[in-house]
Design a protein around this ligand. Structure first.
Ligand SMILES: [Zn+2]
Length: 540
């Protein structure tokens, strides 16, 4: 008997050790004038602590106050062993373009928004508990199970998603509670914008809940910040919670215009849709299948607009998404791009799915209800394969339309689309390409062969989304011309010049007016003609 229990005790110990041999890490976060201060306690001595998440956003903001330690690229290290250290992280409220979560943002004078992932040790090595100090009259809001501390759950999700949650730390009086959501707004946010976000939330959340048939597990935390920096930009990110931060930049927002109102309302509804399609359940194809949850959020937002605002822009919205999709998807199949094409192509695919549902006498959202049900039975994850199976079972034509975007390549496919859609009784006309289509086609063609997966259109110039350390176009060049032809005033000239160069394995040179540096690559693949300009004709 005694022997038996000893073995049992040994087995239990072994099981516990196998379950979690990771080093315990406690991180205590408190407010500091610059942003936040964090105190790290590691259960044993190390010479190096790798953190779960790093991004360009955090670089330069971490100042370690413990002598002898340094922070670089999400790694704290020292020549001698350490088990504790302190860091002051400076908040950044400026605009940083790129798909990063900000580390610490100020909201009002004394509020802070903290993206917890930056403070978690690498999941495979550390078992992290993060706590927030809340002296009197301050509070922490948005933690996974309420309260002011949480243990980081181990997840197979990408590193920016482990402990991927925005937490508010600041005066309790700043939070406004309503039955459906908690709001915290920087006092500098234009009142009309905050009013839009709040007025929109209740009916939109109710619309999604009604159509998806699932209530959110927790009340969303909706935060808004403002800084007068970069002109007219607007960024928003949703995290676990569900919590969302809307970041508004630039004084142009002071003026309430129709365009600004429409942008705010659409973005807000897009983000609110993610409360369900990315945080009630999530897509396991988060990267390669980004078009599914992003396109879903776009299309849900359009349907909410149509229903709640009683607008009749549905046909012009789908037409515009389709044209943007075609312009951004010249050579590659969607399954092989992740950048700018995801949103409009994803929205277009949702429209195709909607057409198929309607052909079968079903409503569009019933497809997502079924998808979320399957996700529930699959550990909370849905996938592109599940979505396609559900959407494509309606009719082979829907399979052909989705496949045209996701699986096929080249421009010719776009000229086939009207005939395919005619089988769904949709009248689509294809007119010759617009001048901008020549710019999009020629830029995409060249950067796709050079570690680029898209570009951002700025005011008279482009920012190429290229990978680091990957050939002559590395480092996200900012350009306005190709082979001497301006991409905004002479896009057809640029197209023709590059087309000629590509026929003879010639040079293609990007440049920007007033900038000495140029970027030259070889082109040896034939350039595709741009896609047509589509016009979607509603049946009278
Ligand atoms: Zn989104």
């Amino acid at each position: 008997m005694r022997f038996f229990s000893a073995v049992l005790a040994f087995l239990i110990c072994a099981a516990i050790a196998n379950a979690d041999e990771r080093i315990k890490l406690n991180v205590r976060i408190s407010q500091a004038p610059e942003g936040v201060a964090a105190h790290f306690e590691i259960a044993r001595d190390v010479t190096n602590l790798r953190l779960e998440y790093r991004s360009e956003f955090a670089e330069g903001t971490w100042a370690i106050t413990t002598p002898g330690l340094t922070y670089k690229n999400g790694e704290v290290s020292s020549a001698t062993p350490f088990h504790t250290f302190d860091v002051v992280v400076t908040a950044r409220n400026d605009f940083v373009s790129g798909p990063f979560y900000p580390c610490v943002i100020k909201i009002g004078d004394s509020g802070r928004i903290v993206y917890a992932s930056y403070f978690a040790g690498l999941q495979s090595a550390y078992d992290t508990t993060i706590s927030f100090e809340t002296p009197s009259s301050t509070t922490a809001i948005g933690l996974p199970r309420g309260g002011s501390s949480f243990r980081v759950e181990r997840t197979a999700a990408p590193s920016d998603q482990a402990a991927g949650i925005y937490v508010y730390l600041g005066p309790a009086s700043a939070a406004k509670e309503t039955p459906l959501a908690t709001y915290i707004a920087d006092p500098a946010v234009q009142p009309w914008i905050q009013q839009q976000l709040e007025n929109l939330a209740s009916p939109s959340l109710a619309f999604y809940r009604r159509n998806i048939g699932i209530s959110l597990r927790r009340k969303p935390l909706i935060m808004t910040t403002f800084s007068s920096g970069r002109k007219g930009a607007f960024q928003a990110d949703v995290t676990e919670g569900p919590n969302v931060v809307f970041r508004i930049f630039g004084d142009q927002w002071r003026e309430k215009t129709d365009r600004a109102t429409a942008d705010i309302r659409h973005t807000a509804r897009h983000e609110y849709a993610h409360f369900w399609n990315s945080y009630a359940v999530r897509s396991s194809d988060n990267e390669g299948g980004r078009w599914l949850h992003e396109g879903g959020a776009e299309y849900w937002a359009r349907l909410a607009e149509a229903d709640l605002d009683r607008n009749e822009r549905h046909s012009s919205n789908v037409e515009s998404a389709l044209n943007k999709c075609a312009a951004n998807l010249v050579a590659l199949p969607l399954s092989r791009t992740t950048a700018a094409a995801s949103y409009p192509c994803g929205e277009t695919i949702q429209w195709f799915a909607d057409l198929g549902q309607r052909r079968s006498g079903k409503d569009y959202f019933s497809l997502w209800r079924e998808l979320l049900k399957r996700a529930d039975a699959n550990g909370g994850n849905y996938s592109v394969a599940m979505f396609r199976e559900l959407a494509e079972r309606n009719t082979p034509t829907v399979r052909d339309t989705i496949s045209l975007i996701v699986d096929r390549d080249g421009t010719d496919r776009w000229y086939e689309l009207p005939a395919i859609l005619a089988k769904l009784r949709v009248k689509l006309e294809a007119a010759p390409p617009e001048p901008a289509a020549f710019r999009d086609a020629v830029v995409m063609h060249v950067i796709e062969g050079n570690c680029g997966n898209g570009f951002w259109i700025e005011d008279g110039w482009l920012k190429l989304e290229t990978e680091e350390n990957c050939g002559p176009l590395s480092g996200k060049p900012q350009v306005d011309s190709m082979n001497g032809h301006n991409l905004f005033t002479d896009p057809k000239g640029a197209f023709d010049a590059v087309e000629a160069a590509c026929k003879s394995n010639g040079d293609v040179t990007f440049s920007r007016a007033g900038v000495e540096r140029t970027w030259t690559v070889k082109c040896d693949r034939p350039l595709h003609k741009p896609p047509p300009t589509f016009a979607y004709k509603l049946k009278p």
